[in-house]
Design a protein around this ligand. Sequence first.
Ligand code: HEM
Length: 140
Amino acid sequence: MSDGPSFYDQVGGHDTFDRLVSEFYRGVADDPVLRPMYPEEDLGPAEDRLRLFLEQYWGGPTTYSQTRGHPRLRMRHFAFHVNPDARDRWLLHMRRAVDALDLSPLHEATLWDYLERAAHAMVNTFDPTPVSAPEPPAAS
Ligand code: HEM
């Protein structure tokens, strides 16, 4: 017995996930709290990693694990200050990106339910967002 097409295929495969993450990173690029968290100048590689992960999660190609190994997402996020503010910003940009896809209500609800729960699970601190302080004067 077959389980039928994967969620990945049902929602339109690679093109759909490509649109999702590119819309999401347009929001991140302008976000004063999230943007500084991304270590690289170019958000392109981070965009690829998120897309490959989501494609794999939803039954598409397994390129993510082949290139990055086991996801261990919570562990990989320990390096970043993921407090509720960062989570809510992440979800805001993701909400806009999901809305732009025009999925069927069932697909949309399935995808959103996962993203919301995953984002809540990623929170690793309740410390406030650090405000960038000016550099101290150089010692003379
Ligand atoms: C809750 C707020 C979140 C924040 C602030 C956040 C932030 C970040 C940052 C700064 C990176 C490093 C960028 C890079 O170089 O790849 C990253 C990586 C990543 N994030 Fe998140 N993230 C959040 C939630 C999530 C969620 C919910 C997922 C999955 C559904 C996710 C999936 C990923 C993946 C797959 C990577 C790349 C991991 C790797 O292979 O190295 N993130 N995230």
